[in-house]
Design a binder for this molecule. Sequence first.
Ligand code: 5GP
Length: 194
Amino acid sequence: MEALKQRIRKDGIVKEGNVLKVDSFLNHQLDIQLFEQMGEEFKRRFEGEEINKILTIEASGIAIACIVARYFNVPVVFAKKSKTKNIAGDVYTSRVESFTHGKVYDIMVSKDFLNPEDKVLIIDDFLANGKALIGLSQIVEDAGATLVGAGIAIEKGFQRGGDLLREIGVRVESLAIVEEMDVEKGIVFRETNQ
Ligand code: 5GP
C-alpha cells in the first residue's frame, strides 16, 4: 500500500535490534486517516471472505483493528496480556514472547467472545517473528473458530514470522513488507503486486 510505504519512508525511524519506530503515526500518535485507508485496503484484499469478528492483541493492535472493523462491520475482540500465570475464569490462553519487550506474556480471551461459529480476521500492527500471530491463531483454534487470515500493517520480511505462517497455510496480507532496513541504507520494501 503506497501511502503507508511513503509514510514509513518519511517518518519511520530505524532503531537498534531490528526495531522500526513508527510512533508518530501508528503506535503512539495515530493517523486515523491513514488507518481509514488501511481499513479500505484490508476490505479490498479480503473481499468475498466471510468474516464476522476481528481479533487483535493489546495495545497497538487495538486502534487499527477498530478502524478496520468499521469496513467489515463486525466487532473487535482483543487479547489481553497478563503477566501472571494464574488466569482465572473461562478464558482461552496462549503464551507469547514479546518482540519489543523481550518478556513472555500469557494472553487471554474470554470464552464468551469467541466461539466455533466465528470466522476470524486477525489484525496487528507488526509481524516480526510471528509469536503474536501464532499465539492469536492458537486461541482461534482452541475456540474451534475459523481463521480466515491475518491483516498486518507492517511485516518485516527479513524476520521469520511471515514465511512461517504462510508455510502452515495462514493467509497473511501485509500492507507494507520491509525487506531490509538499517540506519545507513534506510528502508527497502519488497515489491509486491498488491
Ligand atoms: P512478533 O510476535 O511477530 O515477533 O512481533 C510482533 C509484535 O511485536 C507486534 O505486535 C508489535 O507490537 C511488536 N513489534 C515487532 N517488531 C516491531 C517493530 O519493529 N516496531 C514496533 N514498533 N513494534 C514491533
